[in-house]
Design a protein around this ligand. Structure first.
Ligand SMILES: [Mn+2]
Length: 340
């Protein structure tokens, strides 16, 4: 057994275990959580998968049914206490996208860059295309057998988070894809991958698309709050497909603040850096080079006197311009460097 897995199991010993995903979990979060749950089961450790928010997207709900993923809305777990241990999966403690629960976060398995430091007893953060790849790696590098159902779920998470191997792929994703390929059910994957949107979402999707604005390669979409969460990412991906667009921002105003989804189509426009720069002082944001997310809490909006949408757009336009200028300056060392 690898040192990594051994230390995780030792830490968890004797505690009630919860595997917590980020709020409104997506296929990668759910598949990775499921993979870790099944992995721990091999060692006789029972863990409950929990999350906050809802499983908003019809396709994600379908995935849960097809793979038989058992999990609980954290609001329904009334007896969780500080002695209970939490493993965060596809998310990191104290980040705005993950709820604070009564249990103690002791472990983290995630593929995002760390934006909020936290002292874990066990930390496995490797930057790659999907958290499912990390979960899969625990099976293969420990020579543990993986059943068809778990392998297919992990493959689905890997394919979804990497946009079918097109986004943020790294060595470990390629390797895990190759290995999972032999164990996963191609028919189920084809079915899941081809059914991404519910008919009921179509009206909202169309009205969102007709409101898209593009300023100098940067696309913005405002999404109404009654739209399911999965649609935000869908709209973001769609905007990036426009030939005029190299950077896409979709945002939705929710009860507790503004949720922002970001995609970049160019290497030098780092979505994570740009999002964190754009939201400086009004919110939090970060992520990968190609994909990032942000949040502006209600408190910072209420006090502000600016027009919210205009402010978000201006901030992203400025942050993208800064990255472009930096690129120009690096290509031409004699040009003046922009001031940050
Ligand atoms: Mn992920």
């Amino acid at each position: 057994m690898t040192q990594r897995l051994q230390s995780l199991i030792e830490i968890l010993d004797g505690h009630r275990i919860f595997i917590q995903t980020h709020n409104f979990p997506d296929p990668d979060a759910l598949s990775a959580a499921f993979g870790v749950q099944q992995l721990l089961e091999i060692f006789g450790i029972k863990a409950v998968i929990c999350y906050k928010g809802s499983i908003a997207k019809a396709s994600t709900q379908k995935m849960v049914e097809l793979f038989g993923i058992k999990m609980m809305n954290a609001d329904l777990i009334e007896d969780m206490c500080a002695e209970d241990y939490i493993i965060t999966v596809d998310a990191q403690a104290d980040n705005p996208n993950i709820a604070k629960l009564p249990g103690t976060v002791v472990a983290c398995i995630d593929h995002h860059p760390t934006s909020v430091p936290y002292e874990y007893k066990y930390k496995d953060v490797r930057i790659c295309g999907s958290c499912a790849s990390l979960a899969a790696d625990y099976y293969f590098s420990n020579k543990l057998s993986i059943d068809r159902n778990t392998a297919t779920a992990l493959m689905y998470g890997l394919k979804m988070d990497t946009d079918n191997l097109n986004r943020g792929m790294t060595d470990i994703d390629v390797e895990m894809f190759r290995r999972l390929f032999y164990y996963s059910d191609a028919d189920i994957l084809t079915q899941l991958m081809s059914q991404q949107m519910a008919f009921a979402d179509l009206g909202a999707f169309i009205s969102t698309l007709s409101g898209i604005k593009v300023f100098d390669g940067i696309a913005f979409a405002s999404i109404s709050s009654d739209v399911s969460d999965g649609l935000i990412a869908e709209v973001c991906d769609f905007m990036l497909e426009l030939v005029e667009v190299e950077f896409a921002v979709a945002y939705t105003v929710r009860e507790n603040g503004v949720k922002i989804s970001v995609r970049s189509g160019l290497d030098y426009l780092d979505a994570g850096t740009i999002t964190s720069n754009a939201l400086e002082e009004i919110g939090t944001g970060g992520g990968h080079g190609v994909m990032a997310g942000g949040f502006v809490p209600k408190s910072s909006i209420e006090e502000a006197e600016f027009d919210l949408e205009e402010e978000i757009q201006n901030r992203f336009i400025n942050a993208v311009y800064f990255s472009r200028m930096l690129k120009t300056a690096l290509n031409d060392p004699l040009a003046d460097l922009p001031e940050s």
